[in-house]
Ligand binder design. Structure first.
Ligand SMILES: *[C@@H]1O[C@H](CO)[C@@H](O)[C@H](O)[C@H]1NC(C)=O
Ligand SMILES: *[C@@H]1O[C@H](CO)[C@@H](O)[C@H](O)[C@H]1NC(C)=O
Ligand SMILES: *[C@@H]1O[C@H](CO)[C@@H](O)[C@H](O)[C@H]1NC(C)=O
Ligand SMILES: *[C@@H]1O[C@H](CO)[C@@H](O)[C@H](O)[C@H]1NC(C)=O
Ligand SMILES: *[C@@H]1O[C@H](CO)[C@@H](O)[C@H](O)[C@H]1NC(C)=O
Length: 349
């Protein structure tokens, strides 16, 4: 990574810290990685109520169209396939539906340029019980007319899916089994005029649902625009008000494959943690006065303790651990273009 003067101006902000956290309060530990012989690209991870992690994979190997859904036990570092999703090669978002043990996963047939083949995306409703070693696909709801479905959140039994290419949010009701476009917005659309190739057309990417003062906010990232923002939704998942920018991330280089925002979480204090490809975990602090500051928690320029020796290889995803004192970062495992096996790294917050 080429460091510019703009990058170094961020460091005093980071060192100044402030509030109840310090600059060195994060400890990172790699708890798992897929072996190079089975180099699964982790696209998303989700912490189950039993503390295991459900993992989706974006890159699937082999000719079949039954992509494997993995579960990881973070204590034993053992991973297994709990079910396969028929008619899909590539999986993206995960969200928990209301009702016990039911999860929604988006998947479809991957085509060229990181796009799904049109009309192959579905929301798979998966039933996975406490500590169970196998899951059941209980429904498959088609999402016609879309070529991307990325981050996913659930509001009750409705899921909202980030259509990165369309710059819009898709709304799928898993009870009525209907799919529609919830809304489109320029802040969700990519930036093909400024960013070349498939990244330029990748707008809204990660989604994270967070309650603030009795209101539901959906936080998002926009990859091509480097935006971390949010919008409010009601109890049926309909947008209320307008889409807001929380911060436009400052980076040394123009947005490209070494410099793009992926999935995110927001912690109990309102600070965002964003998987920042291709090597970093980014923290966006939010102060009481409404201003924000960014720091690298892990990766080049990072400030964390205990992170020496850990290189994030294409961080794609972040999930809050149970209890809220740590997060998990999932990676694609891509290292200089080679797939070496996705990692799961635990980071205290
Ligand atoms: C897979 O797709 C084919 C063609 O649309 C369909 O006939 C079949 O039922 C699907 N399989 C499953 C298990 O959903
Ligand atoms: C996907 O197919 C639908 C028809 O099923 C069409 O209306 C839409 O334009 C197609 N989308 C893309 C991006 O090709
Ligand atoms: C390109 O990016 C610059 C800086 O972020 C912005 O001011 C400009 O509007 C963008 N151009 C287009 C065509 O979106
Ligand atoms: C907001 O608070 C932060 C942390 O205390 C401080 O560094 C910053 O200068 C404040 N900004 C404004 C505009 O008051
Ligand atoms: C990637 O793989 C190629 C071909 O196997 C190899 O020559 C190269 O050294 C690898 N690069 C890294 C960073 O491992």
């Amino acid at each position: 990574m080429k460091l510019s003067p703009a990058f170094f101006t961020l460091l005093p902000l980071a060192a100044a810290g402030g509030g109840s956290y310090g600059p060195s309060s994060h400890v990172a530990t790699e708890i798992f990685s897929f072996p190079p012989t089975n180099p699964i690209f982790i696209e998303n991870l989700f912490v189950l109520p039993d503390a295991r992690l459900l993992l989706t994979s974006y890159v699937h190997f082999g000719p079949d169209t039954n992509s494997p859904l993995h579960v990881l036990n973070p204590v034993t570092s053992s991973v297994s396939v709990v079910t396969t999703l028929p008619n899909s090669t590539s999986q993206t978002g995960i969200a928990q539906l209301s009702g016990a043990n039911r999860y929604a996963v988006t998947a479809g047939i991957l085509g060229d340029n990181f796009e799904f083949v049109n009309n192959t995306i579905s929301v798979y409703v998966v039933s996975l019980e406490w500590n169970a070693l196998s899951a059941t696909v209980v429904d498959t709801i088609p999402v016609p007319g879309a070529i991307s479905a990325n981050g996913l959140v659930a509001v009750g039994n409705v899921v909202l899916s980030a259509d990165s290419r369309g710059g819009r949010i898709l709304r799928v009701d898993t009870v009525t089994r209907t799919s529609s476009v919830a809304f489109a917005d320029p802040l969700l659309f990519g930036d093909p005029a400024n960013v070349s190739g498939s990244l330029g057309v990748t707008g809204v990417n990660g989604l994270f649902l967070k309650w603030h003062a009795g209101q539901r906010w959906v936080y998002f990232t926009n990859t091509a625009k480097g935006i971390y923002g949010r919008f409010k939704v009601d109890s049926l998942g309909h947008k209320v008000g307008s889409v807001e920018v929380v911060r436009t991330v400052i980076s040394a280089d123009p947005i490209g494959f070494t410099n793009s925002l992926d999935d995110l979480v927001v912690d109990g204090d309102g600070h965002g943690y964003i998987a920042w490809q291709d090597q970093s975990l980014l923290k966006v602090k939010r102060y009481g006065n409404g201003t924000t500051a960014q720091t690298v928690v892990l990766g080049p320029g990072g400030m964390a303790n205990g992170n020496s020796g850990i290189t994030l290889k294409t961080p794609t995803s972040v999930a809050l651990g149970l209890g809220g004192d740590h997060i998990y970062v999932g990676t694609g495992g891509a290292d200089a273009g080679n797939l070496t096996g996705g990692q799961v790294v635990k980071v205290t917050i």
